[in-house]
Design a protein around this ligand. Structure first.
Ligand code: AMP
Length: 595
């Protein structure tokens, strides 16, 4: 079977893994490293550099070096290099291409399929852009999965008891915290929070400043404007930070760091973990609020968490681990390298998907399934929300239903896509709308319009409408930002319960009015078509019953009482009975004629 890979496309670092012999394996890149800096650069002679080589030349080539592209995914942002404008997905594709090439060199075979991870809060446009980056890099992106979900898969939590898990992810430039719920065959993200501008880089910055100050104290020289010296200090600061994760004290030694009138200046100093912790204490504390707010949004106390997973290289910092322990009262799991576990989970999911497509699925492998959080409908006659996809349907979903026109000779229909549980369109959220034009002129009910809802495994919804007669088709892809937030979803579900009885009665009334209107039109059409052929008494009865139906239909909707509903139902049935013979004789079908 062809090899598949899992890619953690990170803001500062990326990682790629595969599954070998049933176990995830991180793939070392061409430079021998297990993670690759998500940095790219265009050298002066037009060469494209990706990873550590790009990072190393950043200080001397800042205008042509691009980092943190992930922050721009799904936006209109463009980078202009040599007059050419690049989108975030094109630039990310360059990183993905390197990861793919390195994986191919490692595996000794072509790699065409991958699962790529994204932060749980990424919206539809950002997910789509990530998928596009994979495609541009020549990969078939089997699925986009959430980073915290991938971490849970790496820890094998999908094979254990259902539980709620906190994933605390402190990387190089971002902090994300997610609460996920692991159930039978679904992993659901209950809440996410974080700080988009907090990560290991800030810790490096603090230590860099401390070293620059110390150098000035020792030598009197300020090196802040010396680009080359600053770059060396920054690299030394990051190195020292990493060392302080496992030792109590470390030495920074930078010979020939600068020069003054009396000659070259060397720098040597010792930093203790205690100093480092003091310098960075407030950064660690900045993770408190997002953790509390994620727990709050998920509606649980920390004590209800089954476990806490540490993700991201910066969670190796002992003070960070101590803080997580204090916040959650739990010993966080860190048995898998925190900067590798997301890629490992993605690789495991890729392998499972590949096996599923060949029909072999191991009993212990979770085919990651997501569900629609709320029902999806379209608005039909009388303002009714007609369900196409029920809530909690497992993704991916492909549903079609045939609709028709409500008015004769109507040549266009507006398709309004709704999200929510309420029966009336106006009570749900309108998430998208489009017009299908060019429908062949015909009586109401004759055109056949196929409405299709497609939600792919990544949760991206496309709605299309097709006139089966003319083949005309229109579609939209619904931007997730227009879909409902978690809070809105909960609110909608509460309201749906509250209004269930009231809504049901209203929907029945609207259906009844709709049926009565169509019956009235059909009866009238039959009477005028038959003319003198129709028995006088029969005609009289039909006219009387027709008038009664019309009178009741003329009442304003908001003035209709329960008694009126019963009267309308009785009048409708009378008219249906009395006009049955005439309609048959005239060949008038209720469904086909309701102008
Ligand atoms: P990530 O984006 O998850 O790979 O995280 C990268 C960040 O983790 C960078 O800021 C690294 O400096 C930091 N990092 C990696 N290893 C360690 C370590 N042993 N101790 C502290 N920070 C680390």
């Amino acid at each position: 079977m062809a090899a598949t890979i899992g890619i953690d496309l990170g803001t500062t670092n990326s990682c790629v893994a595969t599954v070998e012999g049933g176990r995830p394996t991180v793939i070392a890149n061409a430079e021998g490293e297990r993670t690759t800096p998500s940095v790219l650069a265009f050298s002066k002679d037009g060469e494209r550099l990706v990873g550590a080589v790009a990072q190393r030349q950043a200080a001397v080539n800042p205008e042509r070096t691009i980092a943190s592209v992930k922050r721009h995914m799904g936006s209109d942002w463009r980078a202009t290099i040599d007059g050419k404008r690049y989108t975030a997905q094109e630039l990310s594709a360059m990183i993905v291409r390197k990861l793919r090439r390195d994986a191919e060199a490692f595996l000794g075979q072509e790699v065409t399929q991958a699962v790529i991870t994204v932060p749980a809060y990424f919206d539809d446009a950002q997910r789509q852009a990530t998928k596009d980056a994979g495609r541009i890099a020549g990969l078939d992106v089997m699925r986009i999965i959430n980073e915290p979900t991938a971490a849970a898969l790496a820890y094998g939590l999908d094979n254990g008891d259902p539980q709620k898990v906190m994933v605390y992810d402190l990387g190089g430039g971002t902090f994300d915290v997610s609460i996920i719920e692991i159930g039978g065959d679904v992993i659901e993200v209950l809440a996410t929070s974080g700080d988009n501008h907090l990560g290991g880089d800030d810790f490096d910055e603090r230590l860099t400043k401390h070293l620059v100050d110390e150098f000035k104290r020792q030598t009197g020289e300020d090196i802040t404007r010396n680009l080359a010296a600053m770059q060396r200090v920054r690299e030394a600061a990051e190195q020292a930070k990493k060392e302080l994760s496992s030792v109590e004290s470390t030495t920074v030694n930078l010979p020939f760091l600068a020069q003054n009138a009396s000659g070259p200046l060397h720098f040597e100093t010792t930093i203790t973990r205690a100093t480092f912790d003091t310098l960075t204490q407030d950064l660690v504390e900045r993770t408190t609020h997002p953790v509390e707010s994620a727990l709050n949004d998920a509606g649980i106390a920390a004590s209800e968490l089954g476990c806490v997973l540490l993700v991201g290289g910066s969670t190796r910092i002992p003070a960070v681990q101590k803080h997580v322990r204090a916040l959650t009262g739990k010993e966080p799991a860190s048995s898998i390298n925190p900067d590798e576990c997301v890629a490992c989970g993605a690789a495991m999911q890729a392998a499972t998907l590949a096996e599923a497509s060949t029909g072999i699925v191991r009993a212990d492998s979770l085919l990651l399934l997501d569900v629609t959080p709320l029902s999806l409908s379209i608005e039909t006659v009388g303002g009714v929300a007609t369900r196409i996809v029920e809530r909690n349907t497992t993704l991916p979903v492909h549903y079609s239903q045939i609709f028709s026109t409500a008015t004769s000779y109507q040549t266009s229909v507006d398709v309004k896509v709704l999200q929510g549980e309420r029966p009336m369109a106006k009570d749900n959220k309108l998430v998208g709308t489009f017009r299908l034009k060019g429908i062949k002129r015909a009586r109401a009910g004759v055109p056949q319009i196929e409405v299709t809802f497609d939600i792919d495994a990544n949760g991206i919804l496309t709605v299309s409408a097709k006139d089966l007669d003319t083949g005309k088709e229109q579609s939209i892809t619904i931007d997730d930002s227009k879909r409902m937030s978690d809070a809105e979803i909960e609110q909608a579900m509460r309201e749906a319960d509250e209004y269930a009885a009231q809504d049901g009665a209203r929907r029945d009334l609207l259906t009844l009015r709709y049926d009565a209107q169509r019956m009235a039109s059909a009866a009238q059409a039959a009477v005028s078509k038959l003319g003198k052929e129709l028995d006088k008494d029969e005609k009289k009865t039909i006219r009387k019953n027709y008038a009664e139906v019309q009178r009741l239909l003329d009442k304003r909707l908001d003035k209709i009482k329960d008694a009126d509903v019963e009267k309308l139902r009785a009048a409708y049935e009378e008219l249906a009975k009395s006009s049955e013979h005439a309609r048959e004789q005239a060949g008038i079908d209720v469904d086909a004629d309701n102008n």
